[in-house]
Design a binder for this molecule. Structure first.
Ligand code: NAD
Ligand code: TDX
Length: 349
């Protein structure tokens, strides 16, 4: 058996990675370390909680003593590090929390892994999951490649860039067996409804205004979360140590076109008249420092590791909308309590 630590496994992407690794590798013991912040939810892993190869540990990666103790009492063969504060708008209102979790949490994990592995890095992997936002904002032309200079512009992307730099520094300085990937915007089941797609699905369903920032012309490159999990699997097992891989959907949408497509899909599924949900679109004050366009050139991972997205956006979005409509209990649970306060503050609702 190999023992793999997945951090942030109770979150959106992490839960898909935990599920994929458990299904695909019966010889792995998966330890999911998660603090269960507002974004972490054990309901996301209900279907695997009794799997004998799965263990959940509640804990904070910012707590150095706790992280060291976890690595002292477990000999991990690998780490897949996803735990993070992940929402740009929250980083604008509370940047310090992002530095604590994303920067201090990452260095705590690097130090604990290094000290537990000693100088014996054979067959060990420390895989850090990052974002395309570290590269900054594109104009109308061009794509982010692995060599694009870092130019983070929000507290969130700055904290992710810092953690990427630390991970690379541990490769060059100590020979740590690291890998990094930078992915574009994910969508799919189990995403917390502070992010664009599930927020819009929830609001359309409840006939609430659809808050589009600025003119809605900012562009994002959307990837189905299960395709991101497949890419993480391929990089963890076959990627080169010390290398970075960009992951993207080759699927650019302006926010306004995407929201209109969601409205159309929801009108169909809810039996509403065509155009009904679009009436809910409301332009609101733009996000501070709003990056204009992200677009990933994912040719390296395709060329070297044979990965590419498995489904079209239309299929993925249809599947995603279907999941949220079918799992209204999940959505209702996560939008009760604290979410109401967050929503009021963020949208002056
Ligand atoms: P998420 O917010 O849904 O989940 C984050 C998880 O980390 C939660 O379960 C939370 O409880 C946990 N966590 C937060 N702080 C912690 C701490 N101090 N100690 C332990 N656990 C903690 O995020 P996500 O969208 O699933 O993103 C996962 C990773 O992927 C992040 O590193 C993010 O930067 C990166 N990423 C996300 C996207 C995207 O579109 N969502 C795209 C590219 C990269
Ligand atoms: O209410 C909204 N209205 C709106 O117009 C929200 C929540 C967002 N937006 C816009 C802002 C962005 O241009 O939609 C776009 C997508 O916004 P988010 O879902 O907040 O994602 P983004 O800021 O692009 O960052 C995401 O992708 C990269 C994830 O949240 C990050 O964790 C990831 O690293």
């Amino acid at each position: 058996m190999k023992k793999i630590l997945i951090t942030g496994g109770a979150g959106f992407i992490g839960s898909h990675v935990v599920r994929l690794f458990l299904a695909k590798y019966p010889n792995y013991e998966i330890v999911n370390l998660d603090k269960l912040t507002y974004a972490g939810n054990l309901e996301n892993l209900k279907d695997v909680e009794n799997n004998p190869n799965y263990r959940f540990v509640k804990g904070d990666i910012v707590d150095e003593g706790f992280v060291n103790e976890l690595f002292n009492s477990n000999q991990f063969d690998g780490v897949v590090h996803l735990a993070a504060e992940s929402h740009v708008d929250r980083s604008i209102s509370n940047p310090t929390e992002f530095i604590k979790t994303n920067v201090m949490g990452t260095i705590n994990l690097l130090n604990a892994a290094r000290s537990s592995w000693g100088d014996d890095f054979d067959n060990k992997v420390f895989y850090h999951i990052s974002t395309d936002e570290v590269y900054g904002s594109l104009g109308k032309e061009g794509f982010f490649v692995e060599e694009t200079p870092y130019d983070p512009r929000s507290p969130y992307s700055s904290s992710k860039a810092s953690s990427d730099h630390l991970v690379r520094a541990y490769f060059h300085t100590y020979g740590m067996p690291v890998k990094i990937s930078n992915c574009s915007n994910n969508y799919g089941s189990h995403q917390f409804p502070e992010k664009l797609i599930p927020l819009m699905i929830n609001n359309i369903q409840h006939n609430k205004p659809l808050p589009v920032y600025g003119e809605g012309l900012n562009i994002r490159d959307w990837l189905w979360v299960e395709d991101h999990a497949r890419a993480i699997d391929v990089i963890y097992h076959s990627g080169e140590l010390g290398e970075t891989y960009n992951i993207g959907g080759n699927n650019e949408w302006t926010n306004i076109d995407l929201v209109k497509l969601l409205c159309k899909t929801m009108d169909n599924k809810l039996g509403r008249n065509e155009g009904e949900s679009e009436k809910l679109i409301t332009y609101v004050t733009d996000r501070a420092g709003h990056d204009m366009r992200y677009a990933i050139d994912a040719s390296k991972i395709k060329r070297e590791l044979g990965w590419e997205p498995s489904i079209t956006f239309e299929e993925g979005l249809d599947n995603t909308v279907g999941w949220y409509l079918k799992n209204s209990d999940w959505l209702n649970n996560v939008t009760s309590g604290d979410y109401q306060n967050y929503y009021k503050k963020q949208y002056q609702d």
